[in-house]
Ligand binder design. Structure first.
Ligand code: ZN
Length: 61
C-alpha cells in the first residue's frame, strides 16, 4: 500500500482457493497467452483450480 515506486505485478488472487493469476504466466490451458493482463481475460475465463468466475478474484498487487 502506498508503494508508488514499486511496479504492480498485476496478480489477482482467487478468493475461493489459493490460485493467483499471474499475467506474466497467463493460463495456457484456457488459451491465455503469457503477458495477458487480468483485465483482458475473456468473460468465460474461470479459475483453473476451482472454476470460480473472474468476479471472485481480487487484486493482490
Ligand atoms: Zn480458485
Amino acid at each position: 500500500m502506498g508503494q508508488t515506486t514499486t511496479k504492480p505485478t498485476g496478480r489477482y488472487q482467487c478468493r475461493d482457493c489459493i490460485y493467483a493469476y499471474d499475467p506474466a504466466v497467463g493460463d495456457l490451458k484456457q488459451g491465455i497467452s503469457p503477458g495477458t493482463p487480468f483485465e483482458d481475460l475473456p468473460d468465460y475465463w474461470v479459475c483453473p483450480v476451482c472454476r470460480a468466475s473472474k468476479r471472485r478474484f481480487i487484486s493482490s498487487g
